[in-house]
Design a protein around this ligand. Structure first.
Ligand code: FMN
Length: 186
């Protein structure tokens, strides 16, 4: 028997994306976003409420970075999801994070979050609140790379959002090989 839960914003797995932008005065801001996904080979789509400081900043500068929240940085990652830069001018300072300017877009990278997508704004629809961005670069700190120089998700240790229990989860074990294991049924 299936149980029906009605129309709810629930799916698995959901990411924990940290969108970083510059305020009008050049100070950094960041917010937490779970409603985001790849939209094409070089595009990202995130639903960002028009009232957020982040959206005001992206519309002004046309650039943003999207870092993967990590288990190590869970507390500031959650904090930027519950306090708005519109309400607290000290929001960024309280995260304890350090910003450095992206060389690809007019937005900050967060030093404490070792992997980020550097994106230019392509479009924003005020009605659906859908932000589309083009990924100009993916960058990662060397200490999360494997012996082949690729991003090692174990070293990154990203967290996932559980929308049913409002919890953050870490990833489980490797379950298989994509574009490969299904060949057994060909
Ligand atoms: C787990 C989590 C996921 C969130 N996902 C989104 C999202 O996908 N889109 C959105 O507009 N707000 C989302 N929020 C809310 C914003 O992060 C929050 O309103 C934040 O304070 C906005 O900051 P700003 O006004 O400084 O930009 C989420 C918050 C949390 C804690």
């Amino acid at each position: 028997m299936r149980k029906n839960f009605g129309a709810k914003p629930q799916m698995y797995p959901m990411p924990v994306l940290i969108i970083a932008t510059y305020n009008a005065d050049g100070t950094p801001n960041a917010m937490n976003a779970a409603w985001g996904c790849m939209a094409d080979a070089d595009k990202i789509c995130i639903f960002v409420a028009a009232a957020h400081k982040t959206m005001e900043n992206i519309l002004a500068r046309k650039g943003f970075t999207v870092s993967m929240a990590t288990k190590e940085q869970l507390i500031p990652a959650d904090y930027v999801g519950i306090v708005s830069g519109n309400d607290d001018p000290e929001k960024w300072v309280k995260t304890g994070w350090n910003a450095e300017k992206s060389t690809f877009v007019d937005a900050p990278l967060i030093r404490e979050l070792p992997m980020a997508l550097e994106c230019e704004m392509l479009s924003y629809d005020e009605e659906s609140e859908m932000l589309m961005g083009r990924i100009l670069n993916v960058s990662a700190e060397e200490n999360i790379l494997d012996e082949n120089g690729k991003i090692d998700v174990r070293k990154l240790d990203p967290i996932s959002y559980d929308p049913v229990h409002h919890a953050y989860l870490t990833l489980g074990e490797k379950a298989g090989n994509a574009f490969s294991d299904g060949k057994k049924l060909k």
